[in-house]
Design a protein around this ligand. Structure first.
Ligand code: ADP
Length: 471
């Protein structure tokens, strides 16, 4: 067990008040982090503000080289970071290794993309004028991240921020701050100058409020619950900060009667049970055409039966624990509600010991059940049937969320028309894992604002300046 420090202005800062970080697989203490508050949050902004002028005046190539050094160090230490991630978050080690690779892909991609922040010249209305458009970094940015991807949610925000010339204050989730602190250690080793990245762990409300009040913080990038996202949006109004929000999802997964059912069953497994169902793009409600539901369920259940649940450090385990007891309670309540309203549990349906829950498939699900209207964030797959395309599109879109949707079909016209009709920011057609560094990730409706990834993701950290020159 190790005691960790805050990272502010290139210094490691210890505090007497600490928070215990426990492994959700076994409840054992993995580390302690300082319980930072208003004072530390302000110090972090002071440092980021101070560092901004120098960092933003480096050339894009100079910033790129430093970001790439960070990338190389993360690559070398993939195993080390993944072990820390599994210890604090619980996901199977092979998934944690995958996450570190995915996290690192944002650094290499944005190290390059930062070199392509182009301006414009615009034809003037008078011969004695010249009109130019410059893109400039917004300044200090605050990143508030969740526990389900302790590495990737940091780099998906920080890579474009740093590449564009911004400096950052970061608050990782209270359950999983160790990965973030380890990444900061590697950032320091890579030569990222003092103050460019600052990590404050501790009281979410106090740290959040301090940053939201501070007019020097020009942008907030958040991934987490819709409730906290809305709060941050209200708080951002007072100083008119730019905002990107990546909030809840409630992904429909549609299997048409012309789908490749093996592919569809594999797709649901990948989408539903990754990270024990704790991702905002996990399939949350599965709609299967009534003509193929029996054969789909046979294939699906066979694959679910093969999944092993247990400690993420034990080789061969596919599903780790849920993050805490509240998460288990929520899953138990959703399954009970579905059973009480007439659904049938085909496999699983019960909590195991500790924070583990059986991979579960429920059939005969209807739209009134809680699992069909709320995000589950657990390893439960509710399956409902449909008859027509219009019906399934209407049911899929009948949600306040609009993050990811999945569609399995072999019919090209259906693939195009249905993906156009789905009111979702991400549509995976015969693809259960669409997320990559070079493509935009984000949601419609209450799933969020703005995009992360791709050239869209760097836009979020830039201001547009129009310069009109009389000559
Ligand atoms: P979850 O319910 O999945 O834990 P949260 O939205 O509560 O999602 O957490 C996401 C991130 O938001 C975490 O880093 C958490 O500490 C932070 N957070 C929670 N409450 C606040 C708040 N009032 N202000 C700022 N950040 C907050």
């Amino acid at each position: 067990m190790k005691k960790w420090d805050l990272f502010i202005n290139g210094e490691w800062v210890s505090l007497s008040e600490q928070i215990d970080i426990v492994n959700p697989s076994n409840g054992k203490l993995v580390g302690k982090v300082p319980k930072g508050g208003e004072k530390e949050a302000k110090q972090a902004v002071d440092a980021a503000h101070e560092a901004f002028s120098k960092w933003s005046s480096l050339t894009a190539n100079e910033r790129s080289e430093i970001i790439m050094k960070w990338h190389e160090l993360i690559k070398e230490e993939t195993e080390e970071i993944a072990k820390l991630l599994t210890a604090e978050q619980g996901k199977p080690l092979k998934e944690a290794i995958g996450e570190v690779g995915y996290a690192n892909s944002f650094l290499s991609w944005y190290a390059e993309e930062g070199k392509r922040i182009y301006g414009e010249s615009i034809p003037a209305s008078a011969s004695n004028k010249r009109l130019f458009v410059h893109r400039q970094p917004v300044g200090v940015i605050a990143a508030i991240t969740p526990w389900n991807f302790p590495a990737a949610m940091i780099t998906r925000k920080i890579a474009p921020a740093l590449a564009s010339g911004c400096t950052a204050v970061i608050k990782p989730a209270e359950q999983t701050p160790l990965t973030a602190l380890y990444l900061a250690k590697l950032a320091e080793k890579a030569g990222i100058p003092a103050g460019v990245i600052n990590v404050v762990t501790g009281d979410p409300k106090k740290i959040g409020e301090t940053w939201m009040r501070d007019e020097r913080v020009r942008k907030v990038t958040f991934t987490g619950s819709t409730e906290v996202g809305k709060l941050l949006m209200r708080q951002a109004a007072d100083t008119v900060k730019k905002l990107s929000l990546e909030l809840g999802g409630h992904a429909p997964f549609i299997v048409m009667n012309d789908a490749d059912l093996n592919l569809a069953a594999e797709g649901v497994i990948a989408s539903k049970f990754r990270n024990a169902g704790q991702t905002c793009v996990c399939a949350n409600r599965i709609y299967v055409h009534e003509d193929v539901v029996d054969s789909f369920l046979t294939k699906f259940i066979e694959k679910v039966r093969d999944l092993s649940v247990g400690d993420g450090f034990i080789d061969g385990n596919d599903i780790g624990p849920l993050i805490n007891q509240d998460a288990v309670t929520k899953v138990v309540e959703q399954v009970e509600d579905a059973k009480n309203k007439g659904a049938q549990v085909l496999i699983g349906g019960e909590p195991i010991s500790g924070l583990f829950y059986e991979p579960t498939v429920i059939a005969g699900v209807t739209d009134e059940m809680i699992c069909m209207t709320e995000e589950t964030f657990g390893p439960v797959a509710p399956v409902s049937t449909f008859q027509t395309i219009d019906e399934v599109i209407e049911r899929a879109n009948d949600s306040r969320f609009g993050l990811a949707a999945y569609l399995y079909t072999q019919n090209l016209s259906n693939a195009i028309l249905m993906s156009e009709a789905l009111q979702y920011g991400i549509v995976g057609v015969n693809d259960a894992l669409p997320s990559v560094a070079q493509a935009p990730f984000g949601g419609f409706k209450e799933s969020g604002l703005g995009r992360e990834g791709g050239h869209h993701g760097i836009e979020e950290f830039l201001e547009t300046k129009y310069i009109s020159i009389g000559i």
